[in-house]
Ligand binder design. Structure first.
Ligand code: AMP
Length: 373
């Protein structure tokens, strides 16, 4: 079978790396000449609306995306010619933070308090109603902490309005969460759905730094699965998706969802029976799903900006190295490493050896999360 992918970044690369052993072929479209998935299939360097690129995609058995901000027009035009999974509707649902939160609320899912902001006056009254700290975010095109600012006082409001005021905005209450986690699930066209164990996640400056299949308090797994199921069924979703959550006591607040494979579940490559990448491909190709159980415990460290030299780290038993082949650039995700162990005690004893790959505060967080296990 031939799978078309809009976007040729690391997610497309890891999809292709999972699909080639299954005999799948890939057509990868990206406007950037140095797209890091380019070498893993037929690479078409073109805009997403380019007629020739769309013809090549339409000749595939199905088409999927490695990012959610694909223009709905391009997708809808394609959907008349080939199966596009997930659908343009599912992608659109994640493209606007206000509509996304409204959908969560309509589905009875808890969220942080939020308000729509279209003017400086709206911003003032939203913060008055929601209190500080709060966070203002652009409704569209924000990712990895881009397009958002924390608001603590009147001066922050002025700065935020000057920086972001030209965009449609949303303001959210700041959630004093106990921890962040994410549930990754996969669903087939006939409604078969599986979830992986919850990922614990740690962000800095809005960018994911550390994630893993670490223990979470009992009960949250079932709650998270119920939430992602509600969302996936509502969207008649096909493929892999991730719902990012704030855990606060025994409550889970929905933050956002990604209609694609997701960084918080990269640990599933070596840490689960079937990875999110393989299962996404199985779902979009109409094949049966693989098992989503964890194989032991895994912790994944993102490399932001530049890759470390691998030699010292490859000596660590159970460590897997992923270099996306991207040029170094500040704030850019260029690779990750996953440390696998049989159980949380074994992972806890290995984790201190990540010193130097992971900041000291995150090493401490990892250690105490493993202690809870
Ligand atoms: P987002 O782009 O919405 O996923 O935000 C990136 C990260 O910023 C989240 O994973 C949190 O660590 C933090 N963050 C975003 N919104 C909030 C909020 N309302 N309360 C607390 N932390 C937040």
């Amino acid at each position: 079978m031939k799978v078309g992918i809009l976007g040729g970044g690391q997610l497309a690369r890891m999809l292709a790396l999972a699909g080639v052993p299954m005999g799948l072929e890939f057509v990868i479209v990206d406007p950037k000449p140095d797209a890091c998935a380019a070498g893993l299939g037929r690479f078409v360097q073109a805009d997403y609306t380019d007629a020739g690129a769309l013809d090549e995609l339409a000749a595939c058995d199905c088409v999927t995306c490695d990012f959610e901000n694909v223009s709905a027009d391009a997708l809808e035009a394609l959907a008349d010619r080939v199966a596009v999974r997930p659908s343009a509707v599912a992608l659109a649902a994640a493209q606007d933070r206000l509509f996304e939160k409204n959908r969560f609320a309509a589905l009875g899912m808890d969220t942080a308090g939020y308000a729509e902001v279209n003017s400086r006056t709206d911003l003032g009254s939203a913060v008055e109603r929601l209190g500080v700290p709060a966070v203002v975010k652009t409704r569209r095109m924000g990712y990895d902490g881009k397009g958002q600012m924390v608001l603590r006082d009147g001066e922050d409001l002025e700065l935020a309005w000057r920086a972001l005021g030209e965009h449609a905005l949303i303001v959210e209450q700041w959630v004093e969460f106990d921890f962040e986690c994410a549930i990754t699930a996969v669903r087939t066209a006939d409604g078969d759905m599986r979830c992986w164990p919850l990922s614990r996640t740690w962000h800095r400056d809005g960018i994911l730094r550390l994630a893993g299949s670490l223990a979470v308090p009992g009960g949250l797994q079932a709650k998270a699965e119920a939430l992602v199921r509600r969302l996936a069924e509502d969207l008649d979703y096909v493929g892999g998706l991730t719902l990012e959550l704030f855990a606060h006591g025994d409550r889970l607040l929905a933050n956002e969802f990604a209609p694609r494979v997701h960084n918080s579940a990269h640990w599933t490559i070596e840490g689960a029976v079937c990875s999110q990448f393989e299962n996404h491909l199985r779902a979009v190709c109409g094949l049966p799903l693989g098992a989503t159980e964890a194989r032991g415990m895994a912790a994944m460290v993102n490399f932001i900006g530049r890759m470390p030299a691998p030699e010292a780290w490859l000596k660590l038993p159970g460590l897997h190295w992923h270099d996306y082949g991207k040029a170094a650039r500040e704030g850019r995700k260029v690779g990750h490493a996953t440390l696998n162990a049989a159980d949380s005690a074994a992972l806890k004893s290995l984790a201190p050896r990540l010193e130097g790959l992971l900041d000291a505060d995150l090493l401490g967080e990892l250690d105490s999360a493993l202690g809870e296990g």
